[in-house]
Each structure stands twice: as C-alpha cells, then as structure tokens.
Design a protein around this ligand. Structure first.
Ligand code: NAD
Ligand code: IPM
Ligand code: MN
Length: 365
C-alpha cells in the first residue's frame, strides 16, 4: 500500500519532533511493506516569514491531496504581536476548519515507568485511561462577531445543532468500544450555548442507552481530573474547554510532551502532538518526541487501519521508557537524561526488537 502524507513541521520544536516522527513512520513502513510519500510544506511563523502568510493555498492544497496530514507545532514570541489573521495560530485554525476536522481525540494514558514523573500521586494516577474528545471547528474559536477596539473586546460562543450532534455521536461510539462512560463537560449554569449543548447530548444519548452519561460543569471537571482521573472514560466537550482540559490531562501522563492527538473529519485527518512550539527549548535537541511519535501511531491506526503498526509504536514507547531513558521534561532521579535524537533512536531500536521478537512469536515487553 502507498500513502501520501503532508508534513507540516511548523515552528520551534515542531520541526524537531516532526523529524523524529518521520523516522518512526519510515521504520514502520519498512516493516509493514508500505510506501509513504512525504511532501513537506510550510505553516505558521515559518510560512509567514517566507510568504507573508501563515497558510498558503499551496500548503492547503497539498493537505487536500493527501491521505493524512502530520503537524509539529506553530507559533512563537516573534509573531505574537501580528494581527490575528496573520498569527501562526490562525493558520492552524484555518487548516482545521478547511479540512472539516471537527473531532479532536486527545488520549491521556498512564505509562507505568513514568508514574513518578507526574506531579500527581501514584495512587491517584494508577488505572487512569481517559480521552478528551474536543469539538474542534466550532464554538468561541470560530464564532462571529469577534474583534476589539480601544474600549471593548468581544468573541461569540456559538454552536449549531448539527455541530453538537455529530461530535456527541462520536463520543458515544468511542465510549461503547471502551469503558462505556461519557462525561459531557459544559457551563450550562451560566451559558445558554452550554444548555443548548447539554440538551442535544441528552437527546443523542437515547440512541446509546448502554453508555452511561454524566454532565459536569467545566470548573468542577478541571478539579476532578486532578483529584480522581480514574472516574473518566470519554470526556466530551467544546472547543475552548477541551483546549484547557487536555493540557490539564497532560499531567496525568507526566508531561505535555507525551500527549498525542488525532483530528478527524468526514474526509480528512490530521495528527499532531498536543503541545506547542516550546520556544524555551526550541533548537536545543531537548524536546520530548514521544507525543509526536505517538501521534504517528494514531495516524497508522485511524487513517490507514493498521492497528498492528500503531501497537508496535506504542509498545516501543513503553519499552523505551522502561529502559530508564528520559528527556528533560520527564526526567526524575535515577533515570538517564537524553536528547530528542537519542530518545528517537531508542524508539527505533525497540521497534526493531519488538518486530523481530513478534515475528518469532515471542512477543515480550
Ligand atoms: P507549549 O506547549 O509550547 O509549552 C509549554 C511548556 O511545556 C514549555 O515549558 C515547554 O518547554 C514544555 N513543552 C511542551 N512540549 C514539550 C516537549 N515536547 N518536550 C519537552 N517540553 C515540552 O505552550 P506555550 O509555551 O504556551 O506556547 C508556545 C507557542 O506554541 C505559542 O505560540 C502557542 O500559541 C503555540 N502553541 C501551538 C500549538 C500547536 O501548534 N498545536 C499548541 C499549543 C501552543
Ligand atoms: C492546541 C493549541 C491551539 C488551540 C492553538 C495553537 C491555536 O493550543 O492545539 O491545543 O488552541 O487549539
Ligand atoms: Mn492547547
């Protein structure tokens, strides 16, 4: 099989972690007899520097022409004071909207070897396996009117019936395959748009009676995620709340540098780590590549239906962590500090080892 992938490394550590993920994609392609055709395009600040625009028609067209899109990260202090439509972040929003990527899947799972890297206690974390399902192409990120002048700033949080209904269906379908529990997070005690959201979620629930549904206010949800993350299975929420809650959920895994994501629509899909361009460590070979590598695993699974390939990548990540090597963000006493490249090299080695042991029928971790 042959697949076309548009690579959008973007800015800062986006470039470094994309390079790492591509090495892993190639390694896996080699094992599974796949041909991956990569096309690298600019996005974000790097595109603005070259083209005066953070997202060109050429980049967008390449994404339309691909089987999957892989993105590193965009943004940085250099472009912070640009007008909103020229900011690197605007490119990512336009890309998500143009490709119709309304469902953003952000899993936060425990890697046992990392249990001591989190600021949360071991007994709080053990057994946690949750997904933040974030609506990605609506809500306050896209509502109009929006703007600011000298005296006032304004945005609009708006959802259509159809937008809420389709993301809710995905939440219930995902939960059905998992632990059969959806927590819909909103602010229905204050916001009309949230009451509207809640009403639709309950209506759709009638079609999925075997899945348990709970409503939770977003302020409480933020607290509950750190108090007792085990209570969650699928957290269904809107664009802005999902952005915030998924970073909080990052600390379950131990670092934002561990959190992958898949953004899915009816026709296209994009994979990117949850973290940003990390200007504080960019260009220093210090970034944790595992969120990006794990996003590549999601790509093999969701876009190419190659669950086995995704499993090998996940097992290689687990095995690498078990060997005790750590990038700076997940370092703890008694472990070995390594660079982005060394971490990537170790994952590649472990993919090979696991592949060969599986081929011999002695799959061990
Ligand atoms: P950030 O995620 O870039 O960084 C937050 C902190 O986490 C930093 O201390 C950083 O060093 C650390 N960190 C993040 N990823 C890491 C990794 N892989 N390995 C090790 N440490 C890591 O968030 P920020 O600092 O708020 O934002 C920086 C820029 O990134 C901004 O311009 C923001 O808009 C942008 N951003 C982009 C995306 C995206 O492209 N999807 C996501 C979030 C933020
Ligand atoms: C994310 C980021 C983006 C968002 C920004 C960079 C536009 O924070 O993917 O979580 O807010 O969606
Ligand atoms: Mn975010």
């Amino acid at each position: 099989m042959s697949y076309k992938i548009t690579l959008l490394p973007g800015d800062g550590i986006g470039v470094e972690v994309t390079e790492a993920a591509v090495k892993v994609m190639n390694e896996v392609a080699d094992k599974f007899n796949l041909t991956l055709e990569f096309k690298t395009e600019l996005i974000g600040g790097s595109s603005y520097e070259k083209n005066g625009s953070p997202l060109t028609d050429e980049t967008l067209q390449s994404c339309y022409d691909s089987d999957a899109v892989f993105l590193g990260a965009v943004g940085g202090p250099k472009w912070e004071s640009l007008p909103h439509n020229l900011k690197p972040e605007a490119a990512l929003l336009k890309l998500r909207k143009s490709l119709g990527l309304f469902a953003n899947i952000r899993p936060a799972k425990i890697y046992e070897p990392l249990i001591d890297s989190s600021t949360l206690k071991k007994n709080v974390l053990l057994g946690t396996d949750l997904i933040v399902l974030r609506e990605l192409t609506g809500g306050i990120y896209f509502g109009t009117p929006r703007g600011f002048d000298e005296n006032r700033g304004w945005n609009t949080m708006e959802y259509s019936y159809e937008e809420v209904e389709r993301i809710t269906r995905i939440a219930f379908r995902m939960a059905k395959e998992r632990n059969k529990k959806v927590t819909s997070v909103d602010k229905a005690n204050v916001l009309e748009v949230s009451q509207f959201w809640r009403n639709i979620v309950h209506k759709v629930h009638n079609e999925f009676k075997d899945v348990e549904l709970n409503d939770m206010y977003v302020d409480n949800a933020a607290m509950q995620i750190v108090r007792n993350p085990k209570q969650f299975d699928v957290i269904l929420t809107s664009n802005l709340f999902g952005d915030i809650l998924s970073d909080i959920a990052g600390m379950i895994t131990g670092s934002l540098g561990m959190l992958p994501s898949a953004s899915i629509g009816t026709k296209y899909s994009l994979y990117e780590p949850v973290h940003g361009s990390a200007p504080d460590i960019a260009g220093q070979n210090k970034a944790n590549p595992l969120a990006a590598i794990s996003s590549a695993a999601m790509m093999f699974n969701y876009s190419f239906g190659l669950q086995k390939a995704a499993e090998i990548i996940d097992s290689a990540i687990e095995k690498t962590l078990a060997s005790g090597i750590r990038t700076r963000d997940i370092y703890s006493e008694g472990t070995a500090l390594v660079s982005t490249e060394q971490m990537t090299g170790a994952v590649l080695e472990n993919i090979n080892e696991i592949y060969h042991s599986q081929a011999l029928g002695v799959f061990t971790l």
